[in-house]
Design a protein. Structure first.
Length: 199
């Protein structure tokens, strides 16, 4: 049961400490940017992250959101290795999803006043379940090939409210910059690591 009346404030440093044990590529400056950007979402607003992997960038975002907001992470968490390769490496199947589930538990424990949701599916399929103009921010960090980035930008631009925040990760990646060019949006570096933001 989410207690929307009890606003919880997690200072950035505390939020950052909570990410130290979670593997991932996002860095401190990027976490700080996400935390601040999330704090500008209205209470009752919706933040979507496409591509959550183990939940490293998700934690500072959720900590920054206002009470009563919703965070929706979208990721199919498909194993990239075959069952045989898993066996040879002695890795448990579904290992990324298992680790993501612990991050999900941590996020819900930290912010009982935020609704934290996950759709285990590809962004294209999740887009079919969401209405147009419902989201306040979308952070794109899913598949990094140009066609996927272009598709995420175009599909999720419709899901965003007009002039809402559209941003993503890995602007220096060739597939990401090509996808952004092909989607024909204007964007700039956010000034925090490799985050890009629509202008
Ligand atoms: C770079 S990782 C995300 C890292 C995460 N944002 C962080 O900083 O901790 C990319 C993720 O995108 C996911 N992904 C790949 N294709 C996707 C798709 N079509 N829709 C949603 N997620 C996808 C992968 O499963 C992977 O977990």
């Amino acid at each position: 049961m989410i207690d929307f009346d009890k606003s919880v404030v997690i200072p950035f440093e505390e939020a950052f400490k909570c990410t130290c044990h979670i593997e991932g590529w996002s860095q401190r400056a990027e976490h700080h940017w996400l935390y601040n950007a999330a704090s500008h979402v209205v209470s009752g607003g919706l933040w979507i992250e496409i591509g959550v992997w183990k939940g490293r960038s998700m934690i500072p975002t959720i900590c920054g959101l206002p009470s009563g907001a919703t965070f929706l992470g979208i990721d199919p968490h498909q194993d990239s290795l075959s069952a045989k390769a898993h066996e040879e490496l002695n890795w448990k199947s579904d290992w990324v999803h298992r680790q993501f589930r612990s991050s999900l538990d941590l996020a819900r424990e930290l912010r009982p006043d935020v609704s934290v949701q996950h759709l285990r599916m590809k962004s294209r399929d999740a887009a079919q379940l969401l209405g147009n103009g419902v989201a306040d921010a979308v952070f794109i960090d899913g598949a990094h090939d140009a066609a996927s980035v272009q598709s995420d930008v175009l599909l999720y631009n419709l899901i965003l409210r007009p002039d809402a925040l559209l941003c993503g990760h890995d602007v220096g990646n060739g597939g990401v910059s090509q996808g952004l060019r092909e989607a024909k949006i204007s964007y700039k570096k956010a000034g925090a690591g490799s985050i890009w933001v629509r202008t």
